[in-house]
Design a protein around this ligand. Sequence first.
Ligand SMILES: Cc1cc2nc3c(=O)[nH]c(=O)nc-3n(C[C@H](O)[C@H](O)[C@H](O)COP(=O)(O)OP(=O)(O)OC[C@H]3O[C@@H](n4cnc5c(N)ncnc54)[C@H](O)[C@@H]3O)c2cc1C
Length: 383
Amino acid sequence: MDFNLSEEQRMWQKAVHDFVAAEVRPKAREVDATSEFNWPAVRKMGPLGLLGLTVPEDYGGSGVDAISMAIAIQELGWGCGSTALAIAAHNGLGCAPIARFGTQEQKTKFLPGVTSGKNRLAALALTEPGAGSDLQGGVRTKAEKAGGEWIINGSKAWITNASVADYIITLVRTDPRGGSHSLSMIIVPADTPGLTIHLPEKKMGLNGSQTNALTFENVRAPLGNLLGEEGHGLRQTFATLDGGRISIGALSIGLAQAAFELARDYARERQAFGKPIAEQQAIQWMLADMATQIEAARWMVYHAAWLKQEGRPFGQPAAMAKLFATEMAEHACRDAIQIHGGYGYSREYEVERLYRDARLMTIGEGTSEIQRLVIARHVLAQE
Ligand SMILES: Cc1cc2nc3c(=O)[nH]c(=O)nc-3n(C[C@H](O)[C@H](O)[C@H](O)COP(=O)(O)OP(=O)(O)OC[C@H]3O[C@@H](n4cnc5c(N)ncnc54)[C@H](O)[C@@H]3O)c2cc1C
């Protein structure tokens, strides 16, 4: 199935696939076991354009179309969930807001470094210990103007790439009265005094992707580091997450595809009752369902991406694609373990890692419940 991909998109897919097969997939087990970030592969991604997917060429990016971005994240997900999450967050959360809302000066200052692969990456800090789904009501990290600077105080939680980032775009409350215009985004260089990036969280999966809590104690940032206009932070967050959902959907397809391929190959090899288990109808049905649902998810993700690149509304299709693809991936990885029998439960076989990695996808960048909320609001507003 190629979703009528253009020749250019097909060539891109092959180039990314070959790179991932050579540099990313062989290290997936190791980065999970050691929790080490795969810097050697990430360094090579700069020249390939994988670190500037949402960034125009003028600022060092590859500025690919939204379907090509989904293709890239999907291929990375097929290779290694941890590395894919880091690169998806870097592009969709760390770079996209500056590319979209930043001034020319901010783009020139912050983007070329993080897209090159020579420096570090980028992160976006929305979530706090007391605020995840409800950012509008829950964000307590505040920024006040004093002496021609922003002074930031508060804490953030679960921030992907924080400890491998050059800068962290931080959602802060700039109007203590609250409301939908009380939040803003500020670009904070990661080495700013007063910013503490805590040790990586110990997670169930995705161990090669660094996730950190942050503390801001009188962190000073120039007024010019405000992204877009003051009070537009919530709107910028929603716009950023709409795009991020396509990426998480794509990543989930990659994980499911990897699980499917492993399960199919295992079913052909494993003998029970005198024949390969692939000849048992129960196993065939699981494989058929996996293949069908992966295909459906891919169409949904590509469709949302296509709407995005056409400049058409894509919030609802992106939420639907994220909801379907992430829940599909969890189920596909579950079935892949089932097909492997007892071996599927062993650390020696890759499907258990895929299952642990897939589990995050229904939570990060908006939980399944929040996707359903978004979808319900859209469908209820329709005639
Ligand atoms: C590995 C990892 C990486 C992450 N990376 C980042 C990152 O880079 N940047 C960042 O800012 N955040 C990041 N996050 C945070 C992530 O986005 C949040 O965990 C997620 O948005 C959910 O927020 P919460 O954990 O506070 O859960 P809560 O909002 O407390 O939700 C708890 C439960 O209640 C449900 N719920 C909440 N409100 C409603 C409602 N109105 N209706 C129905 N159900 C509801 C939720 O769906 C969920 O099931 C990451 C998290 C993880 C685990």
